[in-house]
Design a protein around this ligand. Structure first.
Ligand code: FMN
Length: 269
């Protein structure tokens, strides 16, 4: 992937700044839409604690979230800075003051549903879908209380789906799959501009699948590269991709063990 020339860089930045959300005047006062459409991932937090009743309500949004057959196949690892440090030997990422590690969990169900057959891919998919919905519910509940958050594939160690590490560190039984960590806190500074989102025509289709428009995709890529460069002069989208690619094989292997041969994981390590 080539670096951007100055003209492409400026065009990319302008594209980001021109990014708009669709919210017609008739709905502009709707508080739920305001939260949903204006939410941003935040990566800088104040030290200010989140009141217990607020944080408990955020967890409540996860607890009562929708799930397939109401199976509630999730678990939430709940941390404050001290318990995170005890578990991972470091602060919560980005200076956040609370963290929830969201897991897909079919282990709990199997204790009462003996007819639950072992179908690893279905169990994994269903529990990850359900857990992701619960995660987003917590994310939006937080946002509505003025508490910002960021979802992370970070696992407290390597930064990318290190399922084996987490299985050992959190003593996860078979059937519990780490999905993501959400870090919470009050935002420090102004929110960043919305990162480039694909237009609705590019992601929605009717009747049959529509092939992506390559011009639109290239424009998106250009905006991603420009946005990274503007956000952090010392970093780049290409470098971020390289970091992910360096870890992707380990992540694949760890998840494969967890889903299909989970007894070989590092439980209790
Ligand atoms: C499953 C998931 C994992 C993510 N992992 C990370 C992460 O490891 N580090 C990070 O800085 N942001 C992470 N993000 C945040 C995304 O980068 C962010 O959602 C995306 O850039 C869009 O920005 P927005 O949330 O402000 O719309 C993650 C988001 C999701 C949904």
């Amino acid at each position: 992937m080539k670096p951007l020339n100055p003209v492409a860089f400026i065009r990319g930045l302008r594209g980001i700044l021109d990014g708009e959300i669709y919210l017609p005047a008739s709905l502009a006062d709707n508080p739920v839409l305001q939260v949903l459409l204006r939410r941003r991932s935040v990566r800088k937090f104040l030290e200010k604690p989140i009141p217990e009743d607020v944080f408990r309500t955020i967890l409540e949004a996860g607890r009562v979230a929708p799930s397939g057959v109401n199976l509630q196949s999730w678990s939430f690892g709940v941390f404050d800075p001290e318990s995170w440090r005890n578990t991972f030997g470091r602060p919560i990422p980005f200076g956040a003051v609370r963290a929830v590690m969201v897991m897909g969990d079919v282990h709990r169900l199997k204790g009462v549903l003996d007819e639950f057959p072992h179908r690893p891919l279905v169990e994994y998919t269903l529990s990850v879908v359900n857990a992701s919905i619960a995660a987003y519910a917590m994310n939006i509940a937080a946002e509505s209380c003025g508490v910002a958050s960021c979802m992370l594939s970070d696992t407290g160690k390597s930064g990318f789906y290190d399922a084996r590490f987490l299985k050992g560190r959190l003593n996860l039984p078979d059937g519990v799959f780490p999905v993501m960590t959400i870090v919470f806190g009050y935002p420090r500074g102004k929110p960043l501009a919305m990162p480039p989102k694909l237009p609705l025509e590019q992601v929605a289709f009717t009747e049959t699948y529509k092939d992506p428009d390559r011009v639109v995709m290239k424009r998106w890529l250009q905006q991603m590269i420009a946005g990274y460069r503007a956000w952090k002069v010392t970093d780049s989208f290409q470098a971020q991709l390289r970091r992910y690619l360096a870890k992707i094989d380990d992540a694949e292997k760890g998840l494969g063990e967890l889903i299909f041969h989970s007894s070989k994981g590092e439980r209790g390590a």
